[in-house]
Design a protein around this ligand. Structure first.
Ligand SMILES: [Zn+2]
Length: 357
């Protein structure tokens, strides 16, 4: 399936952003192509003139077998003042207005435009030559096919991120390739959810203020998070898990898996582990064993499950504090494992019992 976005000069930058945003949702099944519109720019268009642009592009293209849709992205206003429309006489041609979306008060007009672009494509894909106004709901119900004559209502369909059961039933009836249609709709739903998330995600801090938090590594190695006046003990297990987490807390810039092969880092990790969590055996034995594993290239395999277990446990206990979770969770940045938390928020009481920090 191919979508040709014919962009006038004023819409070109937006169109490029649209493709960057949309591609990951639909690739490789759907391919987007940008075509610059080289005709005369107008501030006001009739629908016939708008559809003629798509038709011209279609007629002049040598198209391989498959579905092809042509949408003119245009800055100017149109005679019925619609956001966009598909040509009922040629169901693969449409236009979409790219201006005036700011008036609706969204933080980035990319998202509502991406939504409406794919709504047009979806209408053309599934309703083809039956493309008449009555595929749209006059009374809004939170469906992608709400007509939304009142622009204020657009917000509700964007928030719903849904296609209603009536429309889905109709689309299923129209679909000749059942698997292909399901795949497309599934991808479309991911896009709708993303648009919703981008536009309407709620930051509770706006309402409740910023959370003050601090992490204490206590003398008995407990990891205690103080959030406002509550203390939460992080459920990271004693042993290698906790040794790894403490080590990462001590290296603000992060450590790559390769760094663990360096003598200094390896010793630091094993020293924490041995000092606090090992009851018997010798440090030298532990060190030699790790060196053997490094030599056999299996040391990383021992570390990886620790990282994912720590992540999972933190996710479980910090779900109410996404900001804190984000700061404490082990992230993989530019090849290094990093705990992004600001170190001024970490109080290390371990140092007192002999472990320098
Ligand atoms: Zn519907």
């Amino acid at each position: 399936m191919h979508i040709y976005l014919i962009a006038d000069a004023a819409s070109m930058q937006l169109t490029e952003r649209l493709v960057v945003y949309l591609k990951p949702f639909f690739a490789p099944e759907v391919q987007f192509h940008i075509r610059p519109y080289e005709g005369e720019s107008k501030s006001f268009w009739t629908w016939d003139a708008l559809f003629a642009v798509g038709q011209q592009e279609k007629s002049s293209s040598l198209l391989p077998i498959g579905e092809h849709y042509f949408i003119f992205l245009v800055d100017g206003a149109n005679e019925y003042n619609w956001f966009g429309a598909a040509n009922p006489d040629a169901s693969t041609i449409a236009f979409l207005q790219t201006s005036n979306w700011e008036d609706l008060g969204y933080k980035d007009t990319l998202y509502p435009i991406a939504y409406h672009l794919m709504a047009l494509v979806t209408a053309m894909k599934f309703y083809g030559n039956d493309l008449t106004e009555d595929i749209f709901h006059e009374v809004s119900r939170g469906c992608m096919f709400d007509f939304t004559e009142f622009k204020e209502e657009v917000r509700y369909k964007l928030q719903a991120a849904q296609i209603c059961p009536d429309c889905l039933s109709k689309m299923a009836l129209q679909a000749s390739d059942r698997l292909g249609a399901m795949d497309y709709i599934q991808r479309l739903f991911s896009l709708l959810r993303s648009v919703k998330e981008q536009l309407f995600s709620i930051d509770l801090h706006q309402y409740f203020g910023k959370l003050d938090y601090q992490l204490e590594i206590q003398e008995d190695t407990s990891l205690v998070l103080m959030v406002d006046n509550r203390s939460i003990e992080l459920p990271i297990s004693n042993g290698r898990e906790k040794a790894l987490f403490i080590l990462l807390l001590r290296h603000e810039q992060g450590l790559s898996y390769k760094d663990f092969e360096k003598d200094m880092i390896l010793r630091e990790y094993l020293t924490i582990y041995f000092t606090y969590f090992v009851q018997q055996g010798s440090y030298t034995m532990l060190l030699n064993q790790a060196k053997e594993q490094i030599k056999a290239r299996i040391f990383r395999k021992h570390l990886e499950p620790l990282v994912s277990r720590i992540r999972k446990k933190l996710q479980g206990c910090l779900v109410a504090y996404p900001e804190v979770l984000n700061a404490l969770s082990i992230q993989y940045k530019e090849g290094a494992l990093v705990v992004p938390m600001k170190r001024v928020k970490v109080v290390n009481r371990l140092g007192r019992s002999g472990l320098a920090s």
